[in-house]
Design a protein around this ligand. Sequence first.
Ligand code: F0G
Length: 429
Amino acid sequence: MIVPPYKVKLVEPIKLIPYKERKRAIEEAGFNPFLLPSKTVFIDLVSDSGTSAMSIKQLGSMFSGDESFAFQEGFYILRKSVKEHFGFPYVLPMHQGRAIEDILFEILVKKGDIIPSNSLFETTRVIIERNGGEPIDLPGDGGDIDIKRLKDLLKASSDCIPFILMTLTNNTRYGLPVSLDNLRKLSLLLKKYNIPVIFDASRFAENCYFIWKTEKRKKRFRDVVKEVFSFAETVYMSTKKDGLCNTGGLFMTGSRKLYNRVIEVMTVKEGFPSHGGLPDRDIWAIVNGLEETLEEDYIQHRIYQVEYLHKLLKDKKIPVFDPPGGHAVYIIASKILPDHQFPGFALASEIFVKGGIRVGVFGGDLAASDTPEYIRLSIPRRVYTERHLEYVAEVVGSVVEDAEKIPRLNITYLPREMRIFGARFRRAE
Ligand code: F0G
């Protein structure tokens, strides 16, 4: 039996507001769960990003934050921790993942470049495009990159490929992990071309858990993590996910030249290089968060929660994506509402109205990915109990049972970029 490896010391009360208020709230939010005020939400599964519960060690260490302008204490403890756990000599903190993407791709991507990946998150894709690059998703088995298609692409266009970007885990491909075998094959292939690999390692611990599990746990979990990081020349991560923090991001590299260039750009755009715009106290929280995410009992329970929700929904014959990934359960909304134009938004709205549960909507026509519109039930880390997840499964089950009653939606507003986060709808007549 897998039991949470923590006990609760501080609680945040949550309330299910009355049915009529939930109905009004989703209408006012244009039937887009991203636009709901969080105070109207009972159980929030819209994202696992920045939503973790911090530990006593993390919160306690924040009082040690050295709020000096330059080269504060946190920078040095961060550098030591990154060297120890990930093997990189150079590290720079920033306020979140996309800030690093913005700076890194400004430096590395030029007009006409092609950026192959196993699949990119929305922000990553848009930032590459804004810098004149063309992101190309080459999804393979699970969260892998398709080596065969990459080989063909390299043969035809290796001159225009400055790096390969691997997302660990592959968020837009159902949170599935990249395998060690895929990383080995990729590394072998790229040696011929002298093209570096960059990791978006925002969910590295979850990715490495699956590798650790298949390796039958012959090694320590943290040694598997170090081995996986040895396949990248440069890594960035949003520490709002596996960093177990409410904010932050880290850039790590073995290249002194790239490190120096990132320092120049970030000093203009984000903040002094030793903190990148983060208060030092958050850097202490990141250091302790990374330490805790590498604990074997933590990561085992984390994945267990995702598997548990997945099983509860599967038992109710809900069309979930199989197998479950590391941070969320994905429901293929188009299978439940096949003749809806926006099945994800329609289903998510109904789940909110029924039980006060907020889920994320991704994929489909509004996203630049070729996946169907799906809802993502992301599980915040260390926040909800198994009982909360049972409630979620009950609500989703009863919504799906009455699926034919779910109203269709028409679009009323569409932003130019990052469309799923800002789109608004109304009920069709
Ligand atoms: N990369 C991946 C794989 C992500 O999932 C995200 C954010 C980012 C980069 C950007 O990091 O938010 O710190 O700027 N994903 C969140 C989500 C928003 O809900 O999946 P950020």
